[in-house]
Ligand binder design. Structure first.
Ligand code: ATP
Length: 230
């Protein structure tokens, strides 16, 4: 579904990603691991079109989308949930969902389906998003992305700073989206255990390059720790 070929990108003249190649097959979960500052978020920003490639290509279903702006990539089935559980704090949970659903075909249905993935949000629909816990806000952020009916869901550290019981719910939902809904998922994740449990394959980024990659599953943890020198 997505092929990144020898991607180089960064900020201004500063190159952060120095030749990354990565493949996400249809319906697969691909985890990207790496230390702080390795370039994980920068890679995701390039995939969704918020950063231009300095070199290399990004292909979706065989088509080079490197020059497409972010909204055209969303039209083609990409959804991006950035780090930090972003939502409109002054608006209610329902209003946050409605904002994405408005003007979309089957908007109401899509909201209901997103809430089915995160039933814990149902009793909170009237609450201001700014009053939610970090974990609830993350669930809302992913639910908003699901309303766009993505084929490729891109998640930046969805479990960062979240209490363990909600981490488990988010993890279960991600695995369910991939296994039941056949959604492809690109996941940046700090928890090596979850990143590998959920993943069909993994890539470790070090200083903007892939230092290790392989099949997902708990059996790869030793290789990942070695690549990350931990
Ligand atoms: N807007 C920016 N302008 C200039 N440099 C940036 C910008 N954002 C990030 N960087 C630099 O790019 C490098 C990679 O940052 P990035 O956020 O992609 O890393 P990361 O692997 O996602 O780290 P973390 O786990 O801390 O989120 C870092 O050296 C960072 O300082």
């Amino acid at each position: 579904m997505l092929e990144i070929e020898n991607l180089q990108t960064g900020y201004g003249r500063t190159q952060v990603i120095s030749g990354v190649s990565l493949t996400i097959p249809d319906g697969a979960v691909v985890s990207v691991l790496g230390h702080n500052g390795a370039g994980k978020t920068t890679l995701l920003r390039a995939v969704v079109g918020l950063l231009k490639p300095m070199a290399g290509r990004i292909c979706l279903d065989g088509e080079d989308i490197s020059a497409l702006p972010p909204h055209r990539r969303v039209d083609r089935g990409m959804a991006y949930v950035p780090q930090g559980q972003q939502s409109f704090g002054q608006l209610s949970v329902m209003e946050n969902l409605q904002l994405v659903a408005d003007g979309r075909r089957n908007g109401a249905e899509r909201v209901a389906e997103a809430l089915d993935m995160f039933p814990a949000l149902r009793p909170l629909l009237a609450r201001r998003a700014g009053l939610l816990s970090g974990g609830q806000r993350q669930q809302l952020a992913i639910a908003r992305a699901l309303i766009t009916d993505p084929r490729l869901l891109i998640l930046d550290e969805p479990t960062e700073g979240i209490q363990p019981n909600i981490v488990a719910e988010i993890e279960a939902t991600i695995i369910q989206l991939s296994q039941r809904n056949r959604m492809s998922i690109l996941l940046v994740e700090q928890h090596i255990g979850f990143a590998l449990q959920a993943a069909d394959s993994y890539y470790v980024l070090s200083a903007g390059r892939v230092s290790s990659s392989g099949a997902g599953g708990a059996g790869s943890a030793a290789d990942v720790r070695k690549a990350m020198l931990i």
